[in-house]
Design a protein around this ligand. Structure first.
Ligand SMILES: NC(=O)c1ccc[n+]([C@@H]2O[C@H](COP(=O)([O-])OP(=O)(O)OC[C@H]3O[C@@H](n4cnc5c(N)ncnc54)[C@H](OP(=O)(O)O)[C@@H]3O)[C@@H](O)[C@H]2O)c1
Length: 291
């Protein structure tokens, strides 16, 4: 019997299986297109003939295929064979798919972890690579050491199925929010007669301030202490009204700054005027239905 099975030997799954083998972990592998397994078998992996055989071969199976939904499709035909097994899905996917998959696994009596790989395949096995996992703490206690062989900076970030997709959605929204800010910023600069070189030169300055935002966020949101602000919600509203004035007067499309201004105005309307801007998290987190 192997210690871990790996289902899915695309670029990422193959890197996972190879790294486990290099770490002396006995591995069984399965891939829909079986020839992708050849070099891993030469490196010492056992080859399973089917998904069912792969799951049966080890107490834990790492799945790394297209999405959580694909994992669900591949594993649900053998739900009666999953009892007592641990399934670690490192495929990507949204919260709904992750929840459906976890519900199926729990109904089948399987243990589970859902993980997000924050690396390219070449980063697998490095000390600074993080695979962020959610699932019952006991499963992390049992298999966190295996995950840490794949990424030394891996962490257990929650116990809910939606935790990892939620963290991905948050980090993607934060990072791409900055990029979309640059896109709208580039547009208003062009219309206001600022060269793209002059604008681009300011990007590192702004990114530097975003480092302070991270500190501010960590200091205020977990404690919900939004007092003693250096720049209050009302100060931000005033700045955003100026920004909107410039977008309007240069006739630049303004959906993104308008969204920020309207949310900040809502903060004022709901009594947050003297608080830190991060207090707006409380308003959004209490909204329902994605509006
Ligand atoms: N590559 C990265 O940099 C990276 C980084 C982080 C996360 N990830 C995630 O890792 C997962 C795999 O990515 P990858 O880069 O390895 O992709 P890939 O090279 O395109 O491989 C996809 C894998 O999924 C399998 N697959 C797809 N549909 C399937 C199905 N219906 N039934 C069974 N197997 C199926 C493929 O099998 P066949 O070989 O038979 O086609 C192959 O093993 C994805 O969720 C991806 O988002 C990748």
């Amino acid at each position: 019997m192997s210690k871990v099975s790996v289902i899915g030997l695309g670029k990422m799954g193959a890197a996972l299986a190879e790294t486990l083998l290099k770490n002396g972990v006995p591995v069984t592998v399965w891939n829909r297109t079986s020839d992708k397994a050849s070099y891993l078998v030469e490196a010492g992996a056992n080859l399973a003939e089917s998904v069912e055989d792969a799951v049966a071969a080890s107490p834990a199976t790492i799945v790394c295929i297209k999405t959580h939904e694909t994992t669900h499709e591949v594993l649900s035909p053998l739900s009666s064979k999953l009892e007592g097994k641990t399934i670690i899905d490192l495929s990507t996917g949204g919260a709904r798919e992750a929840t459906d998959l976890v519900n199926m696994l729990m109904e089948s009596g399987a243990h589970w972890l859902i993980g997000m790989i924050n690396a390219y395949p070449t980063g697998i096995g490095r000390e600074d690579t993080a695979i962020l996992c959610a699932g019952p703490s006991k499963v992390w206690e049992d298999y966190g050491n295996i995950i840490k062989k794949l990424g030394g900076a891996s962490e257990h970030v929650g116990t809910e199925a939606a935790a990892v997709p939620g963290l991905f959605a948050a980090m993607f929204t934060a990072r791409q929010g900055f990029m979309f800010g640059l896109i709208y910023g580039g547009a208003v600069c062009k219309r206001a007669g600022i060269s793209m070189e002059a604008f681009a030169k300011q990007v590192p300055v702004t990114l530097n301030m975003a480092g302070n935002y991270a500190d501010l966020f960590m200091r205020t949101v977990p404690t919900q202490d939004y007092e003693n602000s250096e720049a209050t919600v009302s100060v931000y509203l005033s700045a955003l009204n100026d920004v909107m004035d410039t977008f309007e007067s240069t006739r630049t499309t303004d959906a993104f700054p308008r969204l920020m201004r309207d949310l900040t105005q809502r903060g004022i309307d709901e009594g947050l005027s003297g608080k830190e801007l991060t207090s707006l998290v409380e308003i959004l987190a209490n909204d329902h239905g994605g509006n």
